[in-house]
Design a protein around this ligand. Structure first.
Ligand code: TXA
Ligand code: MG
Length: 315
């Protein structure tokens, strides 16, 4: 199959309405979408990615009124989060609407709903005129794509269309919050820090102190975000072993930079998160064997970053 490239949201949406698979940018990472109401098209998302069938998809809509097409109701805490953070990099887990095909939610009685903030995404979703379930547009297990080129590398020839946009802004995925419990619970730390959620709601069940998300989100059980290179976590760059096929990424500069194949010193946690998946992919292209990655302090976006680093290193 030839994968067509376009910068036109209307053209990309026309593919999706025909039952085809379309990758599109958001403010977090690129997603791989289909029409929620065409179950065969949704099934093809799982095939194209090699995604386990028990891992539910997040449904993307462009307007709040559309939430009632996919969710049975929005509990009060969910409404507060909607008012404060949406559109944005937040996914609300809500009770599922009966009419939503069960392939979208992998048979669960709940559905993840997200309204992205990026204007190109909004134009695309508006032109689709239907809810769009979309996981990250990578081969299952690989780092999420933060550029259209990364989508093409992973899924070119397996999907119908890529809506071309720029590098994504956040670089890590949305924060997933279960709004069916009281208090609500963070199932996956992401681009909106848990501290910001607490400022609005008071109590929010967080990921545990080690940064491990509560195990209710099926996807967090699966292997994730891993480059081909091995990832080793370090507290400081002094733990890095020299080597031509070794790379380092972190906030502190290593003393022995010239003894390494690649070195990425990041300005701050935001920049680190923005660049991480891109760096993983670049290191694979350069046939780096080991990537040393510095962990950061577990606050704000640092929680999501540490979570992705730990998962990349766990294999
Ligand atoms: O930023 C993002 O969230 C991106 C962009 C494309 O929107 N999407 C994304 O999707 O990261 P994906 O499929 O790679 O990750 C979705 C996560 C998985 O861990 C999945 O298990 C969880 O959300 N999830 C989806 N629906 C759920 C549900 N009903 N209950 C619990 N967890 C759910
Ligand atoms: Mg993913």
């Amino acid at each position: 199959m030839a994968t067509s490239l376009t910068t036109s949201p209307a053209e990309a949406a026309a593919h999706l309405r025909r039952g085809e698979l379309v990758a599109f940018p958001t403010e977090t990472v690129y997603g791989l979408g289909a029409d929620a109401l065409q179950p065969d098209a949704v099934r093809r998302i799982f095939e194209a990615k090699g995604r386990p069938a028990d891992n539910p998809l997040i449904v993307h809509v462009c307007r709040r009124e559309q939430i009632k097409q996919v969710a049975a109701r929005v509990p009060p805490a969910g409404q507060q989060l909607l008012n404060e953070f949406v559109p944005g990099p937040l996914t609300l887990i809500l009770p599922k609407h009966d009419h939503l095909p069960s392939v979208v939610t992998a048979g669960l009685e709940t559905v993840g709903v997200r309204i992205p903030r990026l204007s190109q995404t909004q134009s695309f979703l508006e032109a689709c005129g239907t809810p769009v379930p979309a996981p990250s547009a990578n081969q299952s297990g690989r780092p999420s794509p933060t550029s259209w080129e990364a989508v093409e590398d992973d899924l070119g020839g397996r999907i119908d269309c890529i809506l071309r946009g720029g590098r994504t802004d956040a670089g890590v995925e949305s924060t997933v919050v279960d709004c069916t419990t009281d208090p609500v619970a963070v199932l996956r730390p992401g681009a909106i820090p848990v501290e910001s959620l607490r400022q609005v709601l008071g109590t929010v069940q967080g990921a545990s102190p080690e940064g491990e998300a509560a195990p209710r989100s099926p996807g967090t059980r699966h292997r994730h975000y891993a480059p081909s290179a091995r990832v080793r976590l370090v507290d400081t760059p002094s733990e890095v072993a020299p080597g031509e096929d070794h790379a380092y990424v972190g906030l502190d500069a290593p003393a022995q930079a010239c003894a390494l194949g690649r070195v990425h010193v990041e300005e701050d946690v935001q920049a680190y998160a923005h660049d991480l998946f891109h760096i993983f992919r670049t290191c694979d292209e350069k046939e780096i064997e080991v990537i040393y990655a510095q962990t950061v302090s577990a606050e704000g976006m640092g929680r999501a970053l540490n979570d992705r680093l730990r998962r990349a290193a766990a294999r």
